[in-house]
Ligand binder design. Structure first.
Ligand code: SF4
Length: 271
């Protein structure tokens, strides 16, 4: 069913209500509706880094700092083939490792992290990446965000991954006003059932990359519009907004929003 976009007056009312301090029940219901809309929009949302083992995901996540997932995925097949185990990273020839990961940027720091990670996993965990937050965050190159990515996607243990994009979006949507990533993680964890923690991380990032861009979000064709206090941050006119939607699922997202890209043959515009 196509989504409906709010009138400017309704959007302003919602924004005022959220700014004034929404009731916790009201916020929980609104977040629940937004989650259902995100699940419908991104049924196959997933970690966009390629990996087959927890160690590979840890390595890919370290490389993804200040780099696109696409670029990381271009680099990792050769890297994973050459360094299949933690011991291989621990014993890596630095120059050779740096050369392989150079396209991801900050390659000297990243090589230091990967060599340190390999050595620590070998020394402390017999070469096997541990599956707890406490142990993961003690490893070189792995902060809380990376640990939650690994737990949620490689070990199936629910984790909310808060990076700058996730924080920006959930603040924009009025899910929390917190700035500190750990506080954001806890605030969202209260709003979202634990079983959905990993998926909510994917939904938010998917929507941010495709529709809710930092500078010019595609509000006029957004599936969250009716529950978003920031509706109107970007263009609300459907054709203008549709041009901003990115990614291979753009046509499906626009159809979900009721937008007809060829008004000559249909009704046109968002419902
Ligand atoms: S695109 Fe606009 S309406 Fe949609 S979530 Fe972002 S700010 Fe809200």
């Amino acid at each position: 069913m196509p989504v409906s976009t709010p009138t400017r007056r309704n959007a302003a009312k919602l924004a005022a209500r959220v700014a004034a301090g929404e009731s916790s029940l009201g916020r929980a219901r609104r977040v629940g509706r937004m989650l259902r809309a995100l699940a419908a929009a991104y049924p196959d949302a997933h970690c966009e880094l390629d990996f087959t083992t927890p160690l590979e995901l840890a390595v890919a996540t370290i490389l993804s700092a200040q780099c696109t997932d696409k670029r990381v995925n271009e680099v990792t097949p050769a890297l994973f083939a050459r360094y299949p185990t933690a011991l291989d990273y621990a014993r890596a020839d630095r120059a050779g490792l740096e050369e392989l990961i150079r396209p991801t940027g900050f390659f000297r720091n990243k090589a230091t992290s990967l060599i340190g990670l390999g050595a620590a996993v070998v020394e402390r965990h017999d070469g096997v990446l541990p599956a707890t937050l406490d142990e993961l965050v003690k490893l070189p190159g792995i902060g809380r965000k990376t640990a939650n990515v690994i737990l949620g996607n490689a070990f199936g243990i629910p984790g909310i991954t808060v990076d700058t994009h996730f924080g920006r979006l959930v603040r924009r949507w009025g899910w929390t006003g917190e700035e500190d990533p750990v506080k954001v993680e806890h605030a969202v964890g209260e709003l979202v059932p634990k079983r959905d923690w990993t998926m909510v991380s994917h939904y938010v990032i998917f929507h941010g990359r495709r529709v809710c861009h930092a500078r010019k979000p595609a509000c006029g064709v957004c599936t969250l519009a009716a529950d978003c206090p920031a509706f109107g941050t970007g263009p609300t006119e459907p054709a203008q907004a549709a041009a901003l939607v990115k990614g291979p699922e753009a046509a499906r997202l626009l159809a979900l929003a009721g937008f007809d890209p060829d008004p000559a043959e249909g009704s046109g515009g968002a419902a």
